[in-house]
Design a binder for this molecule. Structure first.
Ligand SMILES: NC(=O)c1ccc[n+]([C@@H]2O[C@H](COP(=O)([O-])OP(=O)(O)OC[C@H]3O[C@@H](n4cnc5c(N)ncnc54)[C@H](OP(=O)(O)O)[C@@H]3O)[C@@H](O)[C@H]2O)c1
Ligand SMILES: *[C@@H]1O[C@H](CO)[C@@H](O)[C@H](O)[C@H]1NC(C)=O
Ligand SMILES: *[C@@H]1O[C@H](CO)[C@@H](O)[C@H](O)[C@H]1NC(C)=O
Length: 323
């Protein structure tokens, strides 16, 4: 009489253990297949672009750049995201000269992205590309992006924006032909801007579109278009951006983080990766830098759904305002 009850208890305990074991196991097996630091997207050029990169907005000054990139390369990041507008290209170039040998790396082992500033749109774009290349002190860029569909000093509703960004693209195509950059792409392009470019790409399809993307702002239609066209969507401000803790302190994010034994930042980053979206978290502290590439776990489908159902509130500038 006593035995069956015990058996049931045993079975329950066993069931719980089995569940815990298999659920971690599933997570581990999937992650062991490929570590976040080794995840790549194959670009049309054949180049492999890391899915996890390192953002450098507001990381400025030779010393800070050097210590931050030292930590980033040490942690396993191989993609560095800069922009002419960030004012850190020269310091990144100088730091890499010193740091690559330290990690037994050469130029081809890393992926450098930088961006065309909105005041250099149009015919000036080619020269701006040359300047960025010189600042970064390397022979070629891996990816050069049009930072923004608009043009500095031009009324956002003016058709002039369209004309100038199309001219920029022509210059970027020339940059590819002349070996200045291996790949070209865009940033902050919405569906309308993308369709316009795809209809007139001068023979070179954009490799990537870097856009704001986090649980409080995502654009499924844009993701669908990019996937259909084989264009990589790369998320920025995955953590909400500098000085904004809304997502990092969100109770729903924290609950999932606690459940999976991860930090809120890791949940936000893994949520994007699991949609095949690339990420470029920015961090200055070593703890954050290490954490943000340690993403070898799986968010269960029900939690992915919760994270994808947040109310939408955009944080960054809005490309829809640009004609
Ligand atoms: N194309 C564009 O228009 C555009 C726009 C915005 C950004 N971006 C690119 O995307 C990159 C990332 O976006 P973002 O810089 O806006 O912001 P983000 O990556 O969303 O957030 C960065 C902030 O989060 C903090 N943080 C980082 N890791 C953390 C962690 N594990 N736990 C808690 N806090 C953490 C950082 O603090 P600490 O620094 O103190 O560690 C920093 O204040 C930029 O650096 C830039 O390269 C591009
Ligand atoms: C770099 O390579 C040298 C020689 O093969 C080796 O001794 C050293 O440990 C390596 N350093 C790193 C950081 O991998
Ligand atoms: C921009 O153009 C729109 C439409 O032509 C006009 O209504 C608006 O006043 C302009 N804004 C500026 C700042 O010139």
């Amino acid at each position: 009489m006593f035995e069956p009850v015990q058996n049931v208890r045993c079975f329950h305990l066993f069931g719980v253990l089995l569940f815990l074991f298999t659920s971690t196991k599933i997570a581990e097996i999937k992650s062991e297949e490929i570590l976040a630091k080794d995840m790549n997207f194959k670009l049309p050029s054949g180049d492999l672009m890391p899915m996890v990169g390192f953002g450098t907005y507001q990381v400025r000054g030779a010393d800070l750049i050097k210590s931050t990139l030292d930590n980033a390369l040490g942690a396993g990041y191989r993609l560095i995201d800069s922009a002419a507008a960030y004012g850190n290209e020269k310091d990144i170039g100088a730091a890499l000269k010193e740091l690559l040998p330290k990690y037994n790396l050469t130029r081809k082992d890393i992926f450098i992205t930088t961006k065309l500033a909105p005041h250099d749109q149009g015919e000036k774009a080619y020269q701006a590309l040359e300047t960025s290349l010189k600042n970064l002190d390397c022979e070629y860029l891996d990816l050069y992006l049009i930072h923004w569909p608009g043009v500095h000093g031009v009324n956002s509703s003016s058709e002039e924006n369209k004309k100038l960004r199309q001219e920029s693209w022509k210059q970027l195509v020339k940059g590819v032909k002349n070996g200045l950059t291996r790949n070209i792409g865009v940033s902050n392009y919405n569906v309308r801007h993308m369709k316009e470019l795809l209809a007139n790409d001068g023979g070179v399809k954009p490799a990537a579109n870097q856009v704001e993307w986090h649980p409080h702002y995502h654009q499924p239609e844009l993701l669908d278009l990019c996937k259909k066209e084989g264009i990589l969507l790369q998320a920025y401000s995955s953590l909400g951006g500098t000085g904004n803790n809304d997502l990092l302190t969100d109770a729903r994010v924290k609950k999932i983080a606690d459940k999976l034994g991860k930090s809120p930042a890791q949940i936000l980053l893994r949520w994007a990766l699991q949609q095949n979206i690339a990420i470029i978290p920015k961090a200055r502290s070593k703890k954050h830098i290490d954490e943000n590439i340690d993403l070898n776990f799986v968010i269960p489908e029900e939690d992915m759904k919760i994270l994808s159902s947040f109310e939408q509130t955009k944080y960054a500038w809005d490309p829809d305002t640009i004609a």
